[in-house]
Design a protein around this ligand. Sequence first.
Ligand SMILES: NC(=O)c1ccc[n+]([C@@H]2O[C@H](COP(=O)([O-])OP(=O)(O)OC[C@H]3O[C@@H](n4cnc5c(N)ncnc54)[C@H](OP(=O)(O)O)[C@@H]3O)[C@@H](O)[C@H]2O)c1
Length: 377
Amino acid sequence: MATTESLPQSHRALVLKSPDQPLVVEVRPLPQLTSGSAIVRNLNVPLVSYSRDVWSGKRGVPMITPMVPGGTCVARVAAVGPDATSLKPGQLVYVHNFIASRDNPDELVLFGFTSGFSPGTQSMVAKEWRDATLAEYSKVPLENCIPLDETRLLGSPEQGGLGYTVDELAYLGFPLVAYGGLRDIDLKPGETIVIAPATGQFGGAAVQMALAMGAATIIAMGRNTQALQRVESLDPTRIKTLQMIGDWEKELEALKAFGPIDAFFDISPREAKDSSHYKSCISALRRNGRASLMGGLGDMTIPGFAMVFGNLQLKGRWMWDREHIAGFMRLVNSGQLKLGPRGGNEITGKFGLEQWDAAFDNAAEKARLGQMTLMIP
Ligand SMILES: NC(=O)c1ccc[n+]([C@@H]2O[C@H](COP(=O)([O-])OP(=O)(O)OC[C@H]3O[C@@H](n4cnc5c(N)ncnc54)[C@H](OP(=O)(O)O)[C@@H]3O)[C@@H](O)[C@H]2O)c1
């Protein structure tokens, strides 16, 4: 078990000096422990498909450089600030990347991704939360460390465990995102939900999450029929597929054939801004149906008649609320949300910090349901 005294003086970190320069691995002093924070030893960092676009500046999200990029990770607590009451050195945790300002919880930022859009988040990132998890060690907010029950999650099934590996646990962030939106629209056991697109990393995770939350029927939509087959194979009795064809009226007709649809969950990339599925899926909702929009969209057109005459509820969602985490972890610890190969997941590559370029390529190329590229700092 590490103590502050046994921590090394320095560590290796991947550094983004400027979005127009290649990243470099540097040896840096260890981050300094402060009140309200923990120093963690990062074990694995999953990449999203658009990692290169973010850190090359192509995606246009604000960043303050130099910075250590990163995101969520599984980690071991190495040291805790003096105000910690529960976390202990040696503990296995899932570090999430959604940092809230302590004096204004409405100021939120994605650690290692962006400095956010307000003077408050810019200041918080510049002064305190600039360096994230693509490093051997990181300083992270105490409240961003979700304790993991090692005995249950890593223990063998013969001894009552779920038998996961530490690397399989790195996947948690994908379904946790979907859980935020699905909780908003109160997806209930026995309901029918349409998820579109369902074939990417986050859309696929939404299908896994809806299964775990007890949806009776999940209509998975996407353009690519092969990718849809992969989604359906998770549970062919509960998952039905429908191809997006760019014709909202035909899609609506096909959706209606499934019977009343209670909910719609969208997590489209911005390239899908003009896709036919918004209109078909919203129009297919039953009266008083609910929709969660989580995609990285720009402005879009909403079918107003369907909204008004159907009494529909439309909810936007960025990530999740802190109070969602306990409910999410119950589904993980109970085994209802399945991880690893039995949940349909696959680690498509593991890369060291020096291999960031190959890792970013792998992440972009292999980003279907359950696929995960890991960087191992
Ligand atoms: N709100 C939040 O908190 C939150 C959190 C995380 C991510 N996001 C957003 O979620 C979006 C999706 O992320 P991701 O990693 O799952 O996927 P992604 O790699 O950004 O997108 C791939 C998915 O989008 C579909 N797609 C791509 N272009 C399309 C188009 N022109 N029309 C219709 N569908 C299209 C693909 O379906 P095909 O099978 O048809 O190729 C695939 O399902 C991102 O833009 C991200 O910003 C939001």
